[in-house]
Write a protein that binds this ligand. Structure first.
Ligand code: MTE
Length: 324
């Protein structure tokens, strides 16, 4: 067994990564194949390289967008070179060091499909979509289920604007989102034991919450491939795995979508995944988080500090459902 148990947040990233669930009974083959990657993850994290986000990319002329002062932080921004070189993007590998591999993803042109329970299905080019939307910059905390966090200036637009454009039918209860599928450029997708394409979902009222933000940029530039170009989600009150990258499809549905991690290990990764320091992950504590790029540990906050904006979405719900 490669996973060594330690106390709470002292577990190393290599142990805390979701990929440690490879050792679930569902993925015996995967365990053998992924073992070197799991072992390597710790050293790659430590040897993080500095890279800056590219100033090029789709609709580069739209950046920087004006900052929305309503979204402030209680901590300094994470260094750009760190936030754009320490990534989770399993399509390109199970380590944090996927920058180089991710550059193979073609993002121009990029089509986005909107389908399911909508008045009229549509497919838009990313460039067309982004130019329809009111871009703004927001400073958000970003808390990974692995007990590290960043503070990032995202540029984008509220997910609610896309929902409004899509005109969902009254029967639509959920929004399901999917990442591209192209194993020719994303070697992770050759690993058939993962439930590709990466999928995530939200209840309609969550999707319409003002905090749910579709990201097209970071640090005042188009978002680079490793961070989910050209279009990703940022849901700051939820664990980072809900913030799906490189989205190609939005489907309005009456069935609760099953996310990628939930499909792999539903006892550890749920549909709601709201941040709560008092509810431990089955294998580690969520009480604290490491500010990536520093050695500093800080207490984690309920809903990652966004309770005022989102707690009302979950009134009366079973706490056992909403915090994992
Ligand atoms: N989206 C896709 N398509 N593939 C992934 O592997 N990883 C998730 C999320 N979105 C992931 C994804 C996880 S676990 C986290 S913490 C964040 O992306 C990481 O975003 P970042 O690399 O920009 O920090």
């Amino acid at each position: 067994m490669l996973i060594r148990r330690r106390r709470g947040w002292e577990i190393p990233e290599s142990a805390a990564t979701p990929e440690s669930l490879f050792f679930s009974r569902r993925a015996v083959i995967a365990a053998a194949a992924a073992a070197p990657a799991v072992l390597a993850a710790g050293s790659i994290g430590a040897g993080m390289r500095a890279r800056a986000a590219t100033a090029e990319g789709p609709a580069a002329d739209l950046y920087p967008a004006a900052r929305n002062p309503a979204f402030t932080l209680d901590r300094p921004l994470t260094d750009e070179a760190v936030a754009t070189s320490y990534n989770n993007f399993y399509e390109f590998g199970t380590s944090k060091d996927i920058v180089k591999a991710a550059q193979k993803l073609p993002i121009q042109p990029w089509q986005v499909k909107i389908d399911g329970m909508v008045e009229k299905e549509m497919t838009l080019d990313f460039d067309e979509l982004v130019r329809k939307m009111p871009l703004e910059e927001r400073l958000y905390r970003h808390r990974c289920v692995e007990a590290w966090s960043m503070a990032v200036p995202w540029t984008g637009f509220p997910l609610a604007k896309l929902v409004a454009m899509a005109k969902p039918l009254g029967s639509a209860k959920f929004l399901k989102m999917q990442t591209f599928q192209n194993a020719a450029v994303a070697p992770g997708q050759k690993q058939f034991w993962y439930p590709w394409p990466y999928t995530e979902g939200l209840r309609m009222d969550e999707a319409n919450n003002d905090l749910a933000f579709l990201v097209t940029g970071i640090y005042g530039k188009p978002v680079p491939k490793q961070n989910g170009a050209p279009l990703r989600l940022a849901l700051p009150w939820k664990y980072g795995f809900k913030s799906i990258k490189s989205i190609v499809r939005f489907t309005f549905t009456d069935e609760q979508p099953v996310g990628y991690w939930e499909a792999l290990q539903s006892s550890e990764y749920g549909f709601y995944a709201n941040v709560n320091p008092e509810v431990s992950h089955p294998r580690w504590s969520q009480a604290k988080e490491r500010l990536i790029g520093t050695d500093e540990m800080v207490p984690t906050q309920l809903y990652n500090g966004y309770a005022e904006q989102v707690a009302g979405l979950y009134t009366g719900m079973d706490p056992k459902k909403i915090y994992y």
